[in-house]
Design a protein around this ligand. Structure first.
Ligand code: EPU
Length: 337
């Protein structure tokens, strides 16, 4: 098989970082993955590039997942089963499910990226994680040279985490997700527990909100707070919200009144990294061409012309500032390549 060579990846990552792929293949059908020419190479599987820091040229075969397709795969008394190809745009897919009358994913509206990438870091927003509505993932295993399907319970979903990350499969290019099957319960209920969402809906006077009203509210909040990657290159939240033992969180809360604390089911407490970064003086601040966004301090932005090295410098400076003030280590959310 002939691969394209020296392909510019700047348009393929939402931070618009420079870097060239030694070899590149656009994958538009799952069957392409079974070509033996792919198995012998070091690979990286690329989706929408919205959770990626390119640190330079990529000395691998980059497989750009563009498998299309979306359909109602089945239905029973309780749920609709909807399937989508890995290359489908996530937001367009969510809007399509709503238009077809299969609600459930509306809280995840406007998240950048592709359907195939969604399970890897278990995308989540406004009180919902994709793992809650996912039924199964089908992927190609380059080592076993076979397709495999993982059902929801085996995906080991956790906060911004899954089997695919835990096993290092994604970073190694060991497998490529081809399609995702969702289970959308017919007994729909709105997830409006997130305070900002409840406020937005109240302002829109949506007492008993429809899925479309929830989606519109989410889109409005995100447009207000998060930069549009097409105008200001970014990769969404740049750090995980840290989850601490309860005693450590309580000690911090005593020292820093106003510290947002979210108790977790396992007894630990999640903090808001954006708050920590803002308090550490980094909201709207930059080092060279890379800074933290002025309206949401958790979002790292490329103000123009940045390289992966610039991103790493700003990241390290922010981590140090938060460590100095709060003795908390922030872990980056994106994959570094
Ligand atoms: N905050 C500040 N200053 C800031 C930013 C936030 O004080 O500059 C405070 C807010 O006032 C609030 C708290 O931090 O009390 C939480 O902020 P927000 O509701 O904006 O959410 P987040 O924790 O910063 C997370 C996800 C987002 C998701 C939102 C909404 C992570 C790493 N990020 O952000 O996900 O959209 O909640 O559910 O969990 C993403 O992963 O790329 C992403 C955008």
């Amino acid at each position: 098989m002939d691969f394209a060579t020296g392909i510019d990846l700047a348009p393929c990552n939402t931070l618009a970082l420079p870097g060239r792929a030694a070899y590149y293949l656009r994958v538009t059908a799952a069957a392409q993955l079974a070509d033996p020419a792919l198995a012998g190479r070091r690979r990286f599987v690329l989706g929408g590039g919205s959770n990626l820091v390119l640190t330079g040229d990529v000395d691998r075969l980059v497989l750009h997942m563009a498998i299309p397709g979306r359909r109602l795969a089945g239905e029973d008394g309780e749920a609709f089963y909807v399937e989508a190809g890995a290359g489908e745009n996530w937001h367009d897919f969510v809007q399509w499910t709503l238009a077809e009358g299969w609600p459930g994913l509306e809280n995840l509206s406007l998240i950048p990226g592709t359907v195939g990438a969604a399970p890897i870091q278990n995308i989540g927003a406004y009180g919902l994680e994709v793992g809650e509505l996912l039924h199964a993932v089908t992927a190609w295993d380059f080592e076993k040279q076979a397709f495999f399907t993982v059902d929801r319970s085996a995906c080991r979903f956790a906060y911004r985490d899954s089997l695919f990350k835990q096993q290092g499969w994604h970073l190694d290019g060991r497998m490529a997700i081809c399609s995702v099957l969702f289970r959308l319960p017919k007994a729909w209920r709105a997830h409006v527990g997130y305070a900002e969402l409840a406020r937005e809906l109240a302002a829109a006077d949506a007492a008993a909100p429809t899925p479309q009203a929830v989606a519109a509210a989410i889109v409005a909040i995100r447009r207000r707070k998060l930069p549009d990657p097409a105008l200001t290159p970014n990769a969404g939240s740049f750090f995980h919200n840290p989850v601490l033992p309860a005693a450590q969180a309580a000690a911090l809360a005593a020292d820093f009144p106003g510290l947002p604390c979210y108790p977790q089911a396992d007894g630990r407490v999640k903090l808001a990294a954006g708050w920590l970064i803002e308090q550490a003086g980094w909201k709207g601040k930059a080092l060279g061409p890379v800074g933290m966004y002025e309206k949401q301090a958790l979002v790292l932005v490329n103000h123009g012309g940045a390289t992966g090295r610039d991103v790493q410098r700003t990241m390290a400076a922010v981590q140090q500032a938060v460590r100095d003030k709060f003795a908390v280590d922030l872990q980056p959310e994106p994959v570094f390549l």
